[in-house]
Design a protein around this ligand. Structure first.
Ligand SMILES: Cc1cc2nc3c(=O)[nH]c(=O)nc-3n(C[C@H](O)[C@H](O)[C@H](O)COP(=O)(O)O)c2cc1C
Length: 155
């Protein structure tokens, strides 16, 4: 299985999570690429059997959305049913509160792109309020959780 992890990360935590998920995927013998949403060439997504979307929580505790703008922009580029026959996954990094909202929004938006299955991945705490500075790193325990998500995604 070939997997793409599409992420956006301002202070590095969502990228660190992508790397942990990628490690789990590779441990199972699958291939993985980590793709920055800001440099996404939409056509490349065709080559993947599975795509995992990773977003930091942006305003999840105060808005009805919670997804970081660069991820929303990437999702807006994906036409309806463009993920047909693919498996999709989501995960979220949040600092204080609202990560569930982000993950749910990702699931709801991706469901409209026609994928055959969506796996809701971890909602992990790291970083600082409004990403002012780097804040705390992802705990070792959550790194294991993310690796495990990568493994189960390709099983
Ligand atoms: C514009 C903006 C809005 C944010 N809103 C929230 C929020 O509602 N709840 C929360 O827990 N963290 C919020 N954060 C903090 C990030 O989710 C957190 O710092 C995360 O670890 C950043 O991930 P990154 O290092 O991959 O950018 C916000 C950050 C930014 C920049």
């Amino acid at each position: 299985m070939k997997v793409g992890i599409l992420y956006y990360s301002k202070t590095g935590h969502t990228l660190a999570a992508a790397k942990a998920i990628a490690e789990g995927i590779k441990q199972e013998g699958s291939q993985v690429d980590i793709i920055n949403a800001n440099t996404l060439e939409i056509a490349i997504l065709k080559i993947y059997d599975g795509i995992i979307f990773g977003s930091p929580c942006w305003g999840g505790c105060i808005t009805n959305n919670g997804v970081a703008t660069p991820i929303t922009k990437a999702l807006n580029k994906l036409e309806k049913n463009s993920l047909k026959d693919k498996i999709a996954g989501v995960y979220t990094i949040y600092a204080i509160k609202g990560g569930e909202k982000t993950n749910k929004t990702l699931v709801n938006v991706i469901a409209k792109k026609g994928c055959k299955k969506i796996m809701e991945g971890p909602i992990v705490k790291a970083g600082a309020v409004l990403s002012i500075g780097k804040g705390s790193s992802i705990s070792d325990q959550d790194i294991q959780l993310l690796k495990h998500f990568g493994q189960s995604f390709v099983k």
